[in-house]
Design a protein around this ligand. Structure first.
Ligand code: 5GP
Length: 346
């Protein structure tokens, strides 16, 4: 047994220190980024915020709504082949949408069939497992990269620099970072495993960038300020689940509770998800996600405006004219308290 004594940080442990700046208004801030991916060689241009590949977040409707702002979506993996083929073949060329899959042979065969029907229309793929440290995952990544050299691959999840490097060398263009921080995730409680998300981002970004790779900070953002901290810590992309749930475009089931309309939102390895997609929780595994009921929040447009406005404003506080400059201009201060909650938490 070994203990690492160095303090690791979550979003709530820090604030971004303001810096002198010549920027007049947040309207001058450009949130778009451009990348050339290490393996696929493809060019990317867009606002690097991605809707999570969860049942009631990564929908076709969400993808269309976010694409209007240059934002991306990772589709959930439960759409039928016909639906996926129809969606991708009609997708405008400048929209960034990730096809998502796990690492089973069924996942792979389904992808091969859909890809064959869509031709060049699928350009981004998200290979997603709860634990990105397994040999089976690494082997799968090699197989996929060898078969599809021109696909942009995002793969995860991991939380440490050495594994971020490994995945990039195995063929990932973007490493997805986060174990346990999610809003409907119970991994930390069920297993005791995890890593404070801001430190995971800082360490994995440093490792990935050293090899010309990129990272996507996945999970734990509860406000626009958390996205600013994730980008400030070095994230190239940020993935959002809970912040985009509960909207019209989330396509979640709406039920009535106590006279109010609520939308179901659940973790992808929760009992609710496994009941829906896998006929119940398998006997050897525990559920590592939970279900919550959210207020119905209407169209996602207003939330998107809030998020983009908040990140733009963070950039003006540190003098970053472009999102790209935010991490260079970020100094975090460790805090014992960050919000005044005298009138509640919102
Ligand atoms: P959020 O933005 O809601 O805080 O986090 C979203 C992320 O939580 C997802 O992108 C995914 O990585 C993770 N996640 C989703 N469902 C589950 C689950 O059931 N269990 C765990 N451990 N993580 C989940």
């Amino acid at each position: 047994m070994r203990i690492e004594e160095e303090l690791k940080l979550d979003f709530q442990d820090v604030l971004i220190r303001p810096k002198r700046s010549t920027l007049g208004s947040r309207a001058e801030v450009d949130l778009a980024r451009e990348f050339v991916f290490r393996h696929s060689g493809r060019r990317y241009s867009g606002v690097p915020i991605i809707a999570a590949n969860m049942d009631t977040v990564g929908s076709f409707e969400m993808a269309r709504a976010l694409a209007r702002h240059g934002m991306a979506t990772a589709l959930h993996k439960h759409y039928a082949e016909d639906e996926l083929a129809a969606f991708f073949t009609a997708l405008p060329a400048d929209a960034t949408v990730f096809y998502s899959m796990g690492i089973t042979s069924d996942d792979y065969e389904k992808f091969r069939r859909v890809e064959a029907r869509c031709g060049e229309a699928i350009t981004h793929v998200c290979v997603d497992v709860a634990n990105g440290y397994t040999k089976a995952f690494v082997d799968f990544l090699h197989k996929l990269r060898d078969a599809y050299p021109k696909l942009t691959l995002m793969a995860g999840n991991v939380v440490t620099g050495e594994m971020a490097e490994e995945l990039i060398l195995d063929g990932a263009d973007i490493v997805k970072v986060g174990i346990g921080p999610g809003s409907v995730c119970t991994t930390r409680k069920m297993t005791g495993v995890g890593y404070p998300q801001l430190s995971a981002i800082i360490e994995c970004a440093d490792a990935a960038h050293g090899l010309g790779g990129l990272i996507c900070a996945d999970g734990g953002c509860t406000s626009a300020g958390d996205l600013a901290k994730a980008f400030g810590g070095g994230a190239d992309f940020v993935m959002l689940g809970g912040m985009l749930a509960g909207h019209d475009e989330s396509m979640g089931e709406v039920i009535e509770r106590g006279g109010e309309r609520k939308m179901r939102f659940y973790g992808m390895s929760s009992r609710a998800a496994m009941d829906r997609h896998a006929g119940g929780v398998a006997h050897y595994r525990a559920s590592e996600g939970k279900e919550v009921l959210l207020d119905c929040r209407g169209p996602v447009e207003a939330t998107v405006q809030d998020i983009l406005g908040g990140v733009r404003s963070a950039c003006t506080y540190v003098g970053a004219r472009k999102l790209k400059e935010l991490s260079k201009r970020t100094t975090f201060v460790r805090v014992a308290r960050q919000l005044n909650e005298v009138f509640g938490q919102s």
